[in-house]
Ligand binder design. Sequence first.
Ligand code: CDP
Ligand code: CDP
Length: 237
Amino acid sequence: RMPDIFDERFGKFMKIAIDGPAGAGKSTISKGAAKRLGFVYIDTGAMYRAIGLAAVRRGIDTADAEGVKSILDDVDVAIRHNENGQLIFLNGEDVSTDIRLPEISVAASNVAVIPEVRLKLVELQRKLAADTDVIMDGRDIGTYVLPDAELKIYLTASVEERANRRCRELKEKGVETDFDAVKADIEYRDKNDSGREFAPLKPADDSVYMDNTDMTLEESIDKVCELAHSRRVGNKV
Ligand code: CDP
Ligand code: CDP
């Protein structure tokens, strides 16, 4: 990768954390901003989805923590990047498409409650952020995974808008959707993700709160890039 202005000016790497509820636009906006800034984008939700998928494939009830924990040692999650972004591998198999099935959303949210699952993935996430400029999205990036991130954004939108966006996205992929079911899935995950004991979804104290209900994608990406530039200069020693 070519050195970007951030490396040249400051000789160190920058971390951007984007957290928020399902369908807020985190991954699309992070991907767009990463491309413009020359950063690597890391989607942590995909990792929880991969473990959820592993459990579902083995017929394990994802609400049964002991059952999920029993397979953890045999589950290897890895990521690789190509020109279209991040690919995710489960024990060497590319599962980037399979993890997007709607039934895997709830499985991911269920396994994400289990501290052992989180600790395993957090280790991988911190490693991936160690030696490059990153923009990482998830639920606990600013509060737990990268507490020293130079820029933290809590990205949200109304639940109706988030359900609409997810429906549109699924339809485009040819997946049959029902608005009420998608909304119920999002509400279940919002509650589960915010209510868990270990590393719950909540804005970091030092995060920028960004509600993009009425913003276009382009406006949101502009805003993130603007904040990234201003933070970097602010850190100048
Ligand atoms: O894209 P979407 O917002 O639907 O979900 P995701 O980011 O792919 O994450 C799927 C699930 O993984 C979430 O509902 C969370 O329960 C969990 N997750 C988490 O607990 N912590 C993260 N850093 C990322 C995802
Ligand atoms: O990662 P997260 O679940 O927060 O959301 P996403 O998967 O990035 O976004 C869900 C859908 O909303 C995607 O199809 C985006 O293109 C769309 N979106 C939008 O239409 N307008 C925005 N301001 C943000 C996202």
